[in-house]
Write a protein that binds this ligand. Sequence first.
Ligand code: MN
Length: 735
Amino acid sequence: MIRIEDIIEKVEQNRPNADVELIRRAYIFSAMNHRGQKRASGEPYLIHPLEVADILADMRLDEVSVSTGLLHDVVEDTLVDLDTIRSYFGDEITRLVDGLTKIAHISNLSKEKQQAENVRKMVLAMITDVRVVLIKLADRLHNMRTMQFLKPEKRARISQETLDIYAPIAHRLGMGKMRSELEDLSFQNLYPQEYKKLAGEVETRRPELESILEKIKESIKTRLAENDVPFIEVQSRVKRLFSLWRKLKKQKITIEQVYDLIAVRIITPNDKKLPYVALSVIHDIWTPIPERFKDWIAIPRDNLYQSLHTSVIGDGGHPFEVQIRTEEMHHIAEEGVAAHWKYKESKLGKQEEDDSLDELRKTVEKLLLPLVETTEENEDSEDFIESLKLDLYPKDVYAFTPMGKVIQLQRGATPIDFAYAIHSEVGDTCTGAKIGGRIVPLRTELQNGDVVEILTTSNSKPSRDWLNYVVTAKARSRVRHWIAEQQRADSLELGRKLLEKEADKFRVSPKKLLNNEDELKRIANDYGLSRGEDLLVSIGYGKTLPRNVLMKHLGAEKFAELDPEKKKETTLQSGFKAVKRFIGLGEDAIIVKGVDNLLTTRARCCNPLRGEPIIGYISLGKGIVVHNKNCKNVKSLMVNRDRIVEVEWAKSEKEEIQSVRILATTENRTGMLAGITNAIAEIKTGIRDARANVSRDDRGLIEVTVEVFDKKHLDRVISSIEQVPGVIDVERVNS
Ligand code: MN
């Protein structure tokens, strides 16, 4: 088992100022929490985080990355939570572990190939820090290297995911070595038969290929030396199995037809001119194949890769590829972004490191962007720069159910959207939500990777304010639908009560009428409605008058005979028509006389006073609301003309007192309050409250609440106040 001190030593070599104590603490924490856990191989689990940390140390990453490598599975696989990590290791490591834990959730999801694109987007959406990608790749690499103990199905699934997601990411980040190893391991585990066959074919040819390569290398070294071209190394290789296999499949050719089955690579010192000089030597020895020459030095690939590529016809007619690049270019080709970071950093001080990281983040975003923009993995030679956007994947947010199912929503979505996305019923009965185990308000905006648990209560109903914070169409339409249904239910209830009361007046048994489905339906049909229930709803909405319903029920003759209004008219010998009248009782309760004994309220906005012109409006749940005809709100109520009812003041046996506030503006002098209250008292009017104030422009402001019977009475009070010397203006005020 690899020792932590070896890892620390590597970090110290690469970064003399690194805080290696952090790594030691992370190691102890990881060892304690993974204690007793075993890998599929039977070895202690701790081996895995240690190996991941070692890969990261080899990538020359910082102590924070290496420590996170040690801790990366702690939250996913042990009882430790993020808060504990935070209390021991602070925010930075917590954020990285959180990112890795969220990505880990995805691994359980993608089963079908066609999901690869979505999963890739999700992974990218969750990457908030470059180091999360690098650590994730190291994690995946170690898992791929040690997957022989897993069941074949699991091996295939993980390999497919690696091919679909992680190898392309590594490629995009220019991490050639990482990508090759991930691809070859995936190929081996995913298509063991084909791998074996192809490996066999290459092995049979290998001795021959190796001897050809040796001769080529010797020729190159000799000729470079003869021409005084400095070089560090000449390497050779037989094409990797995965890329060979892909090429054979795609181009439907045989091994003999592959141009770059064998290749050599010349590494020169760090001088940009040297590869070109070496190239001229190569083209001098062998005939180049013109269309196979690529200058990636003058025009670097978008993943930072730089190199010259040429293919030539070798001795005996064997074509092969030659790659030429400087040492620095070579490091970047192998390690990509990680090396890029390293080069940048060696030139920067500690303070500039943050800027450097930020710049690197931008580079990474640019590099990763094409992965979410294209559905097909591009061929090596066909890379191109996609148009750039600021955010990698701005429109969506991916959250998870506690079972690990992914829910894709629009940005800005809340737990309510999430609940409706799971199932309409879950949304309808949602009463709360937990994110990452904590209760959160329902208006909380979801973040990528959140694990959301919806709390439901069976009888609970959606709330109207949800409309203020749902963003998905499904949630919105469901909540709207529910509100409409609720209004209908309220109207049905109100309509039933209105009809009951009206029936009572006509000495018709309310129960008999309301239970007579056929009769209600008949009347409903008369109004162009299909069901009895619709008729009641229509009454509740104020579209249909219960009195008219009774007329239809009884027939004109019987109706006239039983009409209580008519009787009253006869006895009172009054000239009233069948209009509604009402009497006020106290502050708010008003009873409509005539057609029904309906509960009414005076509108708060204008508080109509007996004697003033009035109008009624059937309001849901409040019965009839009575407004002053001149009230500014009446105009907008007129839109629902069906609900407007004519009302007028009824005569009342006893005089009813109503409180009205009056504001008098006066000159600022003493005795004004006394003068006004005296004037009111003189006309025998009660005063409930009086107070005096001075306005900013030095006027007296006197507010009195008086008790009046009606409009005429109020007018008298107002004119008597106006008579008081010093009074400038008098007006009635509404609360
Ligand atoms: Mn892991």
